[in-house]
Design a protein around this ligand. Structure first.
Ligand SMILES: [Zn+2]
Length: 410
């Protein structure tokens, strides 16, 4: 088989395109595959109208390597003259307009980006970081443009910190498909308003539950945009657990300081044990922890309160859940553990949304897993220098979108 035929087959070229030559440059370790076009009826790339050929331009694309040789596709691409759109390059079947890389090459970059960080992909494929970043951004733009109209039913709204601790982005997730639907700057009312504005009245009507943290801006935005939101906003288990965990840790630290003054080191280095699920402990850890939690320590009381609160998510009816929570809130009021008492007051003010979460059975584990996926993206990128990139990376990895370029052949 001739090298020109071999490449024509590998590239899947069809008439009028054909391989006119293959140049091997050993000193630079590259192969140039020359492609030309026979005369044909060309069409305007904008409107598709048959248009006369005007002239041609030489264009180049990087393609997948041939063994150890960088491979460049070089083609004489006709320009057509459309009555309406003027003189334009025709579309080629192996690459998207404006890209210096074949669709197949971009697809490989996207495949790798889904598995590892941009820096490693750039090094491995001998590309600059900027090129990899542009391929990623184009993939996201493509994915967003292809996305069908959204009809979310159960959604989660979360904030996630970005680079500096006090900078945030707001992330809206579809709980049913575990896809990120929307990413906005900051965590203000406007941040979330931006998402609701992308939905029609009918789409807003279709929302059944909105799981979120007890964050006033998100509550306000949802109350204004989603009909009957008072019965749909859910302060889910994951977020409430976090408040209780923080309060429990405060109790432990304070008590540990007091104990240490008397030489009692029982609470030293026990943070993990109090906050972790006993089911995840080794047998030895379990035994040690059993002593601690059965003790008269204030921390043990706070722990019991948190455990009890966590079990209140199992109710099915609103009435019983309300009874359970009321009794728990009474306990929190009387407990003389200041941090727990404070969380109790927060919970009391937001009980309506907690009860919604209990009866709507908002997916509790969901928010946590999406959050940890986003944290991983952040770690991989070693901090994002701008929000735009962070936002793109979230869409790229968590948007569940079709990211790949479409090409007729190749
Ligand atoms: Zn046209």
């Amino acid at each position: 088989m001739r090298d020109t035929d071999l490449y024509a087959q590998i590239l899947g070229l069809q008439t009028p395109w054909y391989v006119s030559g293959v140049l091997l440059n050993r000193s630079d370790s590259n192969v140039t595959v020359q492609v030309a076009a026979q005369s044909a009826q060309w069409h305007c790339p904008r409107c598709g109208k048959p248009s006369p050929r005007y002239d041609k331009r030489t264009c180049r694309w990087r393609h997948l390597d041939t063994m150890q040789y960088h491979t460049i596709l070089e083609a004489e691409v006709p320009r057509v003259q459309c009555d309406e759109h003027g003189v334009l390059l025709v579309d080629v079947p192996w690459a998207e307009p404006g890209s210096g890389y074949t669709a197949m090459f971009e697809s490989v970059v996207i495949d790798w980006l889904l598995r590892t960080d941009s820096q490693s992909v750039a090094q491995m494929l001998g590309l600059s970081w900027g090129v990899v970043d542009r391929i990623m951004q184009r993939a996201v733009a493509r994915g967003l443009a292809r996305r069908e109209e959204l009809y979310p039913v159960n959604i989660s709204v979360d904030e996630t910190s970005f680079q500096k601790r006090h900078e945030y982005v707001t992330v809206v997730t579809d709980q049913d498909s575990s896809r990120v639907l929307y990413v906005a700057d900051d965590r203000t009312t406007q941040s979330l308003d931006g998402f609701y504005k992308t939905l029609s009245t009918q789409q807003c009507d279709g929302i059944r539950s909105v799981a979120m943290d007890m964050w006033p801006a998100f509550i306000r935005s949802t109350l204004e945009s989603v009909p009957d939101a008072l019965h749909k906003i859910s302060f889910d288990k994951f977020h409430v657990a976090k408040y209780l965990g923080d309060a429990l840790d405060k109790v432990r630290r304070e008590e540990n300081r007091t104990l240490q003054r008397d030489g009692d080191t029982r609470l030293n280095r026990t943070r993990y044990q109090w906050l972790t699920n006993p089911n995840n402990m080794s047998r030895e850890q379990k035994q040690h922890f059993a002593h601690l939690r059965q003790s008269t320590l204030r921390t043990a009381r706070a722990w019991a309160m948190r455990q009890e609160a966590m079990s209140l998510w199992d109710y099915k009816s609103r009435g019983w859940a309300q009874k359970g929570w009321s009794s728990w809130l009474g306990w929190a009021q009387r407990c003389r553990l200041e941090p727990m008492k404070k969380v109790g007051q927060t919970i009391k003010r937001h009980l309506w949304g907690i009860l919604n979460a209990v009866v709507l059975k908002s997916h509790n584990g969901h928010s946590e897993s999406m959050n940890s996926r986003i944290q991983r993206i952040k770690r991989q990128a070693c901090g994002f220098r701008n929000r735009e990139r962070f936002r793109n990376a979230i869409y790229f990895h968590c948007g569940g979108m079709d990211l790949y370029p479409k090409a007729i052949s190749v």
